[in-house]
Write a protein that binds this ligand. Sequence first.
Ligand code: GTP
Length: 600
Amino acid sequence: MDQKHIRNFSIIAHIDHGKSTLADRILELTQTVEKREMKDQILDSMDLERERGITIKLNAVQLRYHAKNGEDYLFHLIDTPGHVDFSYEVSRSLAACDGAILVVDAAQGVQAQTLANVYLALENDLEIIPVINKIDLPSAQPEVVKKEIEDLIGLDCSNAVEISAKTGKNVDQVLEAIVHDLPAPSGDPQAPLQALVFDSLYDSYRGVIAFVSIKNGTIKPHDTIRFMATGAEYEVLEVGVHTPKEVTESQLNTGDVGWISAAIKNIEDVRVGDTITNANQPADQPLQGYREMNPMVYCGLYPVDNARYDDLKEALEKLKLNDASLHFEPETSQALGFGFRCGFLGLLHMDVVEERLEREYNLQLIATSPSVIYHVYKTDGTMEPIDNPSALPPAQKINRIEEPYVRAEILVPNEYVGPMMELCQKKRGEYVDLQVLDDIRMQLVYELPLSEIIFDFFDKMKSATKGYASLDYELIGYRPSNLVKMDILLNGQVVDALSTIVYKDFAFNRGNAMAIKLKELIPRQQFEIPVQAAIGGKVIARTNIKALRKNVLAKCYGGDISRKKKLLEKQKEGKKRMKMVGSVEIPQEAFMAVLSMDDD
Ligand SMILES: Nc1nc2c(ncn2[C@@H]2O[C@H](COP(=O)(O)OP(=O)(O)OP(=O)(O)O)[C@@H](O)[C@H]2O)c(=O)[nH]1
């Protein structure tokens, strides 16, 4: 198809405003997917996505649309995730497009990530079409929401389409708007090849598959390609698109969005954000990459079975291909043995990676409690970044510790401004600004320590505002804080994987809460186990896990051997996620105790 009839676009929205549902309707209307093959949210191909009902990975599909002007168009739709943890993926997918459909919930209106995503789209020079979704809801107020979009974002909404992605109402008008209001790709087919790598995955037969958006030139099998950042060269074996089924093509042209396979066995050669060019006729410059996102949260990941260390390493390498924001390096723990220190964009990202490792690579893992990166200034004048509390130098060698701060913008209905400010204050927030947005909402700006945001801030915010507030934040730098390392001792021994860095004024409460939580989580054993929280060798909290009195098998009367077996099986299941530390068996949940503690 000629370039004028191609449209490359993303759908952007705040979480749950209906991106995936709209994508489903578009696939149906363009008959990209046969009705009987249609399952809900077909673009969410990962099981995990379907179960959690959120979009994690971006996906690109090619669609054919017969427009009302009688002409045929080729669309490339790139789906994007909505959760704040995954904004990196959003900026990746936007770099591959020329336009974006902005979906706004007609009942909820503009939310924090609506704004954040619009800014990302504007940074990428995309044309934006506003679409008001969920007009079937009784609480829908499309006119109010349109005015909000005009006032807050400055987008003209006089032609904004009002749709229900659920019922399909007016979705055809969205397709027409894509044809008429979004630009065709502007690249030059005669120019040297420049293809933006916006994603990749590892296939055990074909090696690394790169997902690309062809900005200039063309690419076909037998071409020799060069990855401009790494310099690696390969001969192309196959090229193609997703419809969403994988389809092989003879060539990808300027404006196409598709995949390339070239028997790439070395995972390191392919970097998301890199530009592919033709080695025989190379482009002078790579395309502008996009902002690299740095991990904000770190934790240790250890195989439950130490013998599977190499499997974990391989799994992490493969996962990283498909998830450029994941970082990892080897680490050892006295308590847990050999594992990896891994960096994530946020807690949801951490959760998702852990679950993917377990499901897709069949690994059993223990994750240690998450931590941000602290800047530790030592008395010898040097600074050491610390993302693992157990690596903190002894107190006498520390001059000061600085921790990362974020600027948080919170959109909150008027009646919840009070409770929201109280929460921010409690989380060591510093008030910056409060602005009236419209008749019913305000925008609250606070500067807060990142460590307070990542743990249970979202949950607390939800309960303080009945779920009506939304949050977006960005890192603004480091500030000195009064922080100390809190150790946990089990049976008199420090368990390094349970150490945390805490704000000194909170230490006493946290130590107590932690000891109580561990008592709940660690099963009773043959002997009594003292649980202590300590700072610099001084115990600040203590409790005991009582010894087990009865043999569990005693519960099964006499001879029923099959029941006995079943019980033992069950115990074994439960034990899989346990780790022997010294003489104490610790379950996975215990390492995450900091997350579920209540300070109050
Ligand atoms: N009533 C109504 N519900 C809708 C409509 N569109 C989507 N929903 C519902 O809203 C919820 C969220 O929709 P999704 O399409 O998963 O939202 P999303 O924006 O893709 O969410 P993430 O992928 O997690 O960012 C689902 O329960 C949908 O069924 C609509 O037009 N009307």
